[in-house]
Design a protein around this ligand. Structure first.
Ligand SMILES: C[S@@+](CC[C@H](N)C(=O)[O-])C[C@H]1O[C@@H](n2cnc3c(N)ncnc32)[C@H](O)[C@@H]1O
Length: 279
């Protein structure tokens, strides 16, 4: 891991340590210091969870950018892994599908999130929803474990997305699949936005081009890749003005550039070549 990667990860951890201590309303209404206002960016992306079976208010910090569990074809008895599980929002919805005979494992590297998620699981009385602290670039789960992997608005925050996607391939059982909601770009983001570290922690500057994202999935060996949902994210001008001067803002508004929330599905083949096996 490079120094820059490590710095970005620490920044993300710091940000989510604060967010873990706040409720959804606070996250929605507050600018978190230093003119960032970046949590507002999430709320532009958030989908409504409140009607989903298994929804638990205490786990909803307003941080998602899709509803991956609704697309993930989770069956009773499945083992599901949620990458970047936060306070457990998607894990508890997934638990509704797996039932008591399945297993849900949430992974997050922010200790305050893990603590909050574990408290939530305890309150709900779920002994088959487990939270593990760890970096999803090295998922702390044995190989070929999961039927399904889900993730909601997390990979954009990770410097090395290829590592995460390879790790997803490793932890899935042959024939398993994932459904991941995330933020991607079409067109080049203005350099001022890319450099805005606050915006990074707010989901946008770490996002990559949609096609590059889909290519990483293909290169990792996944099959039947499908964009299940796609939604353009409109960032209000008062937020953009924190990062762009008037000229840059006008240029941005007139460009083809777009920030999108997508939900992507893909399958790990039943049989495939392990590295070296087909040489
Ligand atoms: C935008 S929040 C989404 C939380 C949750 N998925 C939800 O929708 O409520 C991103 C979460 O990913 C975690 N995260 C970011 N990078 C990570 C990494 N490299 N490894 C593990 N967790 C990470 C953060 O700590 C944070 O809890």
């Amino acid at each position: 891991m490079t120094n820059t990667d490590e710095k970005l990860k620490n920044l993300v951890k710091e940000k989510y340590s604060q967010i873990a201590l706040q409720d959804k309303e606070t996250n929605m209404s507050s600018c978190c210091g230093a003119g960032g206002c970046s949590t507002e960016v999430y709320n532009i992306m958030s989908d409504d969870y409140t009607k989903l079976e298994g929804y638990y208010e205490g786990a909803d910090l307003g941080l998602g950018c899709g509803l991956p569990t609704e697309f993930a074809k989770i069956k009773e008895g499945d083992t599901v892994i949620d990458l970047g599980s936060g306070a457990g929002n998607d894990c508890f919805v997934a638990r509704k599908f797996t039932g008591a005979s399945g297993k849900v494992i949430g992974i997050d590297f922010t200790p305050a999130m893990i603590e909050r998620a574990r408290l939530n699981a305890e309150t709900l009385g779920y002994n088959n929803v487990e939270f593990r602290q760890g970096d999803i670039e090295q998922i702390p789960v044995v190989s070929n474990k999961a039927n399904v992997v889900v993730s909601n608005c997390v990979l954009n925050l990770v410097p090395n997305k290829a590592h995460v996607i390879k790790e997803i391939f490793r932890v899935l059982k042959p024939g398993g699949h994932f459904s991941i909601s995330d933020v991607v770009l079409e067109g080049e983001l203005p350099v001022e936005l890319q450099q805005a570290a606050e915006m990074y922690a707010g989901c946008v500057a770490g996002a990559i081009q949609k096609q590059a994202y889909l290519n990483l999935i293909k290169e990792a060996g996944f099959k039947n890749i499908l964009v299940q949902k796609e939604k353009k994210i409109v960032v209000p001008e008062d937020i953009l003005k924190n990062y762009l001067n008037e000229e840059a803002l006008a240029k941005y508004n007139n460009s083809e550039l777009g920030i999108f929330s997508i939900t992507v599905y893909a399958e790990k083949p039943e049989s495939f070549c392990e590295p070296g096996c087909c040489d």
